[in-house]
Design a binder for this molecule. Structure first.
Ligand code: TYD
Ligand code: MG
Length: 444
């Protein structure tokens, strides 16, 4: 094997240098040179050659799915994990990543032991958590180690059925000079870990701490290297935890698995709609929205609060909803139906800690805002969905029938939906609207 050395590679143009430079002499960008391991001949490290197989045989290779021990997570992943699948689980500190992975380690359906590499906590700390979670303790091998070369050795020696690395930011390779958690380290370690797991067919969960800015491990350097990215969301002081599939090479994205944090760790919530709308009071500003980005819809409550502004610059604050999208909705509300909010503070909240990014929520948010402003509640048995265009048109959205079926299942009798969908459902009254004005005339 060729000798491995270190080079500084420009992330913008690919220029290589033996010394670090603040500015790339080739493209002129600042701070783009990052330490990387290269082979002796100056080429970036290459992996072992892959196989060439007919497509039918490849499919067979990935058909055996292994259960994570959580039914809802298996479903979200497309039926469980696949041999050699590398899954990044990203989330803010304290959200429950270590808890979930320790529980998965114990319940994991694969034959043999699970290697749990803990770089953040000592063996005793992990054991204490295991005790709290009521784990039996003989299946999971805890390895408090941060030197990557040692970790590789143990994986080779033990040949475990699953590897967990908690967290990738604490692991470093001695081949690089930069410290653990730096872009170069995180990238090098993930790259080699992925290579190893693929070669051995071992599935692997990698924990990635999310920094304040919301990016994984410095920048989002890891996302393209792994097969699957799970986003762990929820409010720390709330019970609910949502694991969202944001990338998946072995299934569809947008799928969610809902959990509840209890005294004995995370429990799966198999009926998330019942949880998310369970505490709803039918007061002004509250609207039920059937959310979905994947195959499973969830009813969530969107709450808006519009009050007289306290300062000259009115506030726009959101939780679980994009604040820029809110500004856009407020502008459309003013232009199209004359709802003036420039002297008001506007708050929008998705109850329960789920974050809703799909534009299908626009119409529900708009109606919640009007409802709060006019102090008039929305009918209790109504759900609303539709995307808003800049000229106040209500645009069609995906999964209309699934959303309506979920609403019906939970006893909702009426729905305001985009007219373009031309949908009907037995036992529900459907109100198709093509503009914001039509929706407002219907309700207020
Ligand atoms: P943790 O898994 O350490 O979060 P992360 O690895 O994402 O940083 O756990 C986070 C929180 O969960 C912690 O504040 C305590 C709480 N918790 C429970 O409520 N119940 C439990 O059974 C456990 C183990 C933790
Ligand atoms: Mg942790």
């Amino acid at each position: 094997m060729a000798k491995r050395t270190v080079r500084y590679v420009c992330q913008s143009c690919g220029y290589q240098s033996v010394k670090w430079k603040g500015r790339c002499p080739s493209c002129g960008e600042w701070n783009t040179l990052v330490e990387e391991v290269v082979e002796g001949n100056g080429k970036l490290s290459t992996k072992t050659p892959s196989k060439v197989l007919p497509i039918g045989e490849w499919r067979e290779e990935t058909s055996g799915r292994i259960s994570t021990g959580f039914e809802n997570l298996d479903t979200a992943l497309g039926g469980g994990v696949v041999e050699g699948q590398v899954i990044l689980i990203a989330g803010e500190p304290g959200i429950g990543k270590s808890t979930l992975l320790l529980q998965i380690s114990e319940r994991f359906g694969g034959e043999g032991k699970v290697l749990y590499v803990s770089g953040e906590e000592s063996g005793t700390q992990v054991a204490l958590r295991g005790k709290r979670l009521g784990l039996s303790g003989d299946k999971v091998l805890v390895y408090p180690e941060t030197l990557f070369e040692n970790i590789i050795e143990e994986v080779n020696r033990l040949e475990p059925s699953l590897v967990v690395v908690d967290s990738i930011q604490t692991v470093y390779s001695e081949k690089l000079e930069s410290s653990a958690g730096s872009v170069s380290q995180v990238r090098e370690v993930t790259f080699r870990l992925t290579e190893l797991c693929k070669e051995k067919g071992i599935p692997c969960f990698i924990v990635g701490q999310v920094t304040k800015e919301g990016s994984i491990a410095g920048p989002k350097v890891l996302e393209h290297m792994v097969d699957t990215v799970l986003q762990f969301e929820g409010e720390r002081f709330n019970f609910y935890r949502v694991v969202k599939v944001v990338k998946n090479r072995f299934g569809s994205t947008g799928e969610v698995a809902v959990f509840r944090m209890g005294d004995a760790g995370l429990e799966e919530v198999l009926e998330p709609s019942a949880f998310f709308i369970g505490e709803r009071r039918n007061s002004p500003g509250s609207v039920v929205f059937p959310y979905t980005e994947g195959s499973k819809p969830i009813l969530v409550e969107i709450q808006a609060l519009v009050i007289q502004a306290l300062y000259t610059t009115p506030q726009r604050k959101t939780q679980g909803f994009d604040v820029n999208r809110l500004s856009l909705i407020l502008a459309v509300l003013e232009k199209e139906v004359g709802l003036f909010t420039r002297d008001s503070d506007v708050f929008v909240n998705v109850a329960g800690g789920l974050s809703v990014r799909e534009p299908a929520a626009d119409l529900a948010v708009a109606m919640a805002i009007i409802s709060s402003k006019k102090d008039t509640p929305i009918p209790e048995d109504l759900v609303i969905f539709g995307e808003l265009g800049l000229s106040g048109e209500v645009r069609a959205v995906h999964f209309g029938d699934m959303r309506l079926k979920e609403a019906k299942r939970f006893g909702f009798k009426r729905a305001i939906i985009p007219a373009k969908l031309e949908m009907e459902i037995e036992g529900m009254e459907i109100y198709p609207v093509s503009t914001l004005r039509e929706a407002v005339d219907l309700l207020f």
